[in-house]
Design a protein around this ligand. Structure first.
Ligand SMILES: Cc1ncc(COP(=O)(O)O)c(C=O)c1O
Length: 390
């Protein structure tokens, strides 16, 4: 038996803080506890039937059983560009400015591989989606954290980043609607981001996984609609939340042709494209009726309203999220995000995600996903209320 010694890159991968917690919740469930699980970010709404039907039909066609083109089906790249233009008024070249991804998660990893060398600096939001850290760790890049706090509307304060840090940064991640903060960005913030990135030659990676999940009839502007954005960056979009297709693994990166080109080059070495039938179903999602997006958002909005109202009724003063399908809830005095998470799980049998798992500025919060029925959300609030701490 050969001695297996994994590479430094594998050893450098951050341990997934949430893996252990998810296992603990799963362990309690299999021991028979009725847990209201609001801890994870897995959409529970089924994919709209016309998209499922398109997959079924395409899967019956033997032509989809072969390898597709490395860059994906031209029809899908065209559908992505047309969809984005219709939604946001931004014209994209489907050949040079669109890369198809196995979900945006892989793209958020690949961009570090494409742009960074060991020791390079990347600006990351704190708190943030932890998967940005994996790509950075694999290339041995350094992270400089940009605090996102309530007083600043969960926006990075570019003026507070020391010039010598900004000068060495090659890449930065931003994410709106934010996970976990739920905050939305506006045109002014995106313009500031482009100006900052230009001044210091930083590539911007805007993670827009939740771009369609915005409430109260609002719409978040596109980063790429910002003048100059294509010169400095790319945007990551996903069908996972927009069309409730998380398991299908379809995302895309859009924008700066050089960065998109590098992603495609890397992907040519790693993959031979998504299952063509899935790509055809993605075309059906993007070119078919779009009211299914409004229907999905309406379900989350109703859950949000019920949950926020139920929490307020038990005396927990929380703000409704503007976007994403999470609530970012302040923990009561006397608890850390972790001790409060433990109390909720053990005493109320409600699972959330402790904010500190998203970065040190996530301390003081827990994240709850609106990914269960209004009845279960009411039940979660009732159980928390019964703890008598608010
Ligand atoms: C902020 C954020 N970005 C990206 C992703 C990845 O989504 P997908 O790979 O399904 O496109 C997620 C998934 O939960 C997320 O929360």
């Amino acid at each position: 038996m050969a001695k297996v010694d994994v590479s430094q890159s594998i050893k450098a991968l951050p341990t997934h803080f949430f893996t252990e917690l998810v296992e603990r919740v799963a362990g309690m469930m299999s021991a028979g506890h009725d847990i209201v699980d609001l801890g994870r970010g897995n959409p529970d709404i089924p994919t709209p039937p016309h998209i499922v039907a398109a997959l079924a039909e395409a899967a019956r066609d033997p032509r989809t059983h072969r390898y597709g083109p490395f860059d994906g089906l031209p029809a899908l790249r065209q559908a992505i560009a047309s969809w984005y233009e219709k939604r946001y008024g931004v014209t994209l070249d489907p050949d040079r400015e669109v890369a198809i991804l196995f979900g945006s998660k892989i793209g958020l990893y690949e961009i570090s591989q494409c742009l960074l060398n060991p020791g390079d600096c990347c600006l990351t939001p704190d708190p943030s989606y932890p998967d940005y850290w994996s790509g950075l760790a694999m290339v041995g890049a350094r992270r400089y954290e940009m605090p996102l706090v309530a007083e600043n509307g969960f926006m990075p304060q570019y003026g507070e980043i020391p010039a010598d840090v900004a000068r060495t940064a090659k890449l930065m991640f931003i994410n709106y609607p934010g996970n976990p903060t739920t905050a939305l960005a506006d045109e002014e913030f995106f313009a500031e981001t482009v100006a900052f990135a230009r001044r210091y030659d930083i590539v911007v990676a805007h993670d827009a996984a939740y771009h369609a999940i915005v409430y109260d009839g609002q719409k978040m502007p596109s980063f790429l609609a910002t003048p100059g954005a294509k010169d400095v960056g790319i945007e990551f979009c996903s069908l996972s939340k927009t069309f409730s297709m998380a398991g299908w693994r379809v995302g895309f990166a859009l924008g700066n042709a050089e960065v998109i080109g590098a992603i495609k080059t890397l992907q040519n070495h790693l993959f031979a494209g998504l299952f063509p039938a899935v790509q055809k179903a993605a075309v059906a999602a993007l070119t078919g009726p779009q009211d299914c997006i409004d229907e999905i958002v309406a379900v989350y909005q109703e859950r949000r309203d019920v949950f926020v109202e139920s929490l307020r009724e038990i005396g927990w003063q929380v703000e409704p999220p503007a976007g994403s399908f999470f609530c970012w809830l302040p923990v009561p005095e006397g608890y850390s995000s972790f001790t409060f998470w433990q109390l909720l799980l053990e005493e109320a049998k409600v699972a959330m995600a402790p904010g500190v798992g998203f970065g040190k500025h996530g301390e003081g919060y827990v994240r709850a996903g609106l990914l269960t029925s209004t009845e279960r959300l009411r039940e979660a609030a009732r159980r928390i209320g019964a703890l008598g701490i608010f």
